[in-house]
Design a protein around this ligand. Structure first.
Ligand SMILES: C[S@@+](CC[C@H](N)C(=O)[O-])C[C@H]1O[C@@H](n2cnc3c(N)ncnc32)[C@H](O)[C@@H]1O
Length: 220
């Protein structure tokens, strides 16, 4: 079975149940910190791998109730819980490689999701993120920050599934369709503190990227 189907069928719910006690800590949220530092005020935001939508809910508190939000999440339980707890955020069941979204957004957030993506779905997933982002919009992509690309057996399922650590921001910037506005690294194990020396096992990054279909190419 494909990894995504495992997540849609069982592991999305299992992951949510295992991590349900972990409350969303806005003070420690590095993606939201990036928006704050750069004074970015989104109007249409999509979060992919949104779990129960706690970040989107916080964003509505910060940016106003008229902030339009959509979250996509494979775990049906997380989607149901989130839509019940936060009825105005609009969570949908789905995966990043086939987003159930037709609109475009001025901000797309994908935080600690890309390491789950099977390598044969990687380019399709990046293409989907790009498809739903406005030209001139922002992408926040965050994940583990390893010293070099790594794969690790995911021990919560019987199937041969791996997680994949690499610098996903660089995949976007290497197209020259995205420019990195900011890159923050932090300690995932210590309240996501912004500290310079972190064991790479616990090191995370969040990158704020600006999309432009032509501005970052020089005409010669
Ligand atoms: C580590 S959690 C991160 C949750 C949230 N993005 C955050 O920053 O706290 C990873 C989330 O991605 C979801 N996920 C896993 N595979 C996915 C996929 N193929 N497409 C979209 N989301 C996925 C999981 O169900 C889980 O809710």
């Amino acid at each position: 079975m494909k990894y995504e189907d495992i997540f849609l069928k069982t592991e999305g719910d299992n992951y949510y149940k295992r991590n349900k006690g972990t409350s969303f800590a806005i003070d420690h949220d590095v993606p939201l910190k990036l928006l704050d530092i750069y004074g970015i005020k989104p109007r249409h935001v999509a979060e992919i791998g949104a779990a129960n939508g706690a970040r989107l809910h916080e964003m509505k508190k910060i940016y106003g109730d008229d902030l339009y939000t959509v979250g996509v999440e494979p775990g049906q339980k997380a989607v149901d819980d989130g839509n019940a707890m936060y009825p105005n955020i609009n969570l949908k069941n789905g995966v990043v490689s086939h987003l159930p979204i037709e609109e475009k957004f001025d901000l797309v957030i994908v935080n600690f999701v890309m390491h789950w993506i099977e390598r044969d779905e990687l380019f399709k997933s990046l293409s989907e993120l790009n498809r739903i982002l406005d030209d001139g919009g922002y992408l926040i992509i965050g994940d583990f920050y390893p010293d070099y690309p790594q794969k690790r057996r995911y021990h919560h399922v019987e199937e041969d599934v791996f997680t994949w650590k690499m610098m996903y921001n660089q995949l976007m910037t290497s197209t020259a369709l995205y420019r990195e506005v900011a890159f923050l690294s932090y300690d995932r194990d210590d309240k996501c503190k912004l500290v310079p020396d972190v064991d790479p096992i616990n090191r995370g990054f969040a990158s704020l990227l600006r999309k432009s279909s032509s501005d970052f190419y020089h005409e010669k």
